[in-house]
Design a protein around this ligand. Structure first.
Ligand SMILES: [Zn+2]
Length: 277
């Protein structure tokens, strides 16, 4: 990994974020070649899945969203990672990333596991009280769900249709690592496709094939991509089926992206919380 990071820097692809001040953990800056590579992939995706289709609606929602969005979506209560702190050196780790019950830094004893919310909290406006709390979005999906009614009202699409977004998301990772893989600020390319419930299996198969074609068209070799059927106990509570695509990264096999049938969980939650039908 060190060799790849060093090469990416020398050639102008990726630099450490805020480097002249010693960096800021979990942030990376794209250089001239890195941003061209990234934009090429994003443009290809946008042209293929948005511009060339007549059933897809693009949006670019604000990163700062009303905190009630995240209450309705369950993130205020549940967007957490298990955190443990070393009693000796006070360093913090993700409990599910540890291979022993001792501190990986100093060998000290670890404290009790607790839940750590990964959303970045900020205050909007000049008043510092709980009513001004907002979160940087930890995922792009909700920016599409909260605009569902706007798309219906402006364009009157018939089912099935989709919404697409490319944009930044922020997660306060306990231990950012593996170069640009697990970072605190990152970009997502995401589609939410709305269907009739009775037809979900057919659409699921269709999007699975589309994703496979996309992977091969951007030049990732099939032998390094693995399709993982996520078992019920590991799926998000609202998902009826999830398939993760994992890739053989230099640091090991890990998630590249996924396909999930989320049922009507999101739209139902927002409709209930916002009282907007
Ligand atoms: Zn320690």
């Amino acid at each position: 990994m060190e060799e790849i990071i060093s090469l990416a820097k020398r050639r102008g692809f990726v630099y450490q974020g805020s480097e002249i001040y010693g960096g800021l953990a979990g942030t990376w800056d794209y250089g001239p070649l890195g941003i061209e590579l990234k934009k090429n992939i994003q443009d290809l995706w946008w042209n293929r899945f948005v511009r060339e289709r007549d059933d897809m609606y693009g949006v670019d929602a604000a990163i700062l969203m009303n905190s009630r969005v995240w209450e309705a979506a369950g993130h205020v209560a549940g967007f957490t990672d298990p955190l443990v702190e070393c009693k000796k050196c006070k360093k913090r780790f993700r409990a599910d990333h540890l291979s022993s019950d001792k501190c990986p830094e100093c060998g000290g004893e670890l404290g009790e596991e607790r839940k750590f919310n990964m959303m970045f909290k900020t205050l909007v406006g000049a008043v510092e009280d709980s009513s001004s709390v907002a979160y940087l979005r930890p995922e792009t999906a909700q920016g599409m769900f909260v605009n569902f009614k706007n798309i219906i009202d402006s364009f009157h699409p018939k089912l099935p249709f989709g919404m697409a977004q490319i944009g930044k998301a922020f997660r306060n990772e306990i231990t950012p690592r593996d170069f640009i893989f697990r970072t605190r600020e990152f970009e997502q390319m995401e589609i939410e496709y709305f269907i009739k419930e009775s037809e979900w299996e057919k659409h699921f198969e269709y999007w699975l094939e589309e994703m496979k074609k996309w992977i091969s068209d951007i030049g990732l070799s099939d032998e390094h991509v693995h399709e993982i059927e996520v078992p019920k106990e590991d799926r998000a509570h609202y998902s009826k089926r999830t398939i993760d695509f994992e890739y053989d990264f230099p640091f090991g096999q890990s998630e590249l992206y996924g396909l999930a049938y989320r049922t009507d969980f999101d739209l139902k939650s927002h409709s209930k919380e916002s009282k907007v039908n």
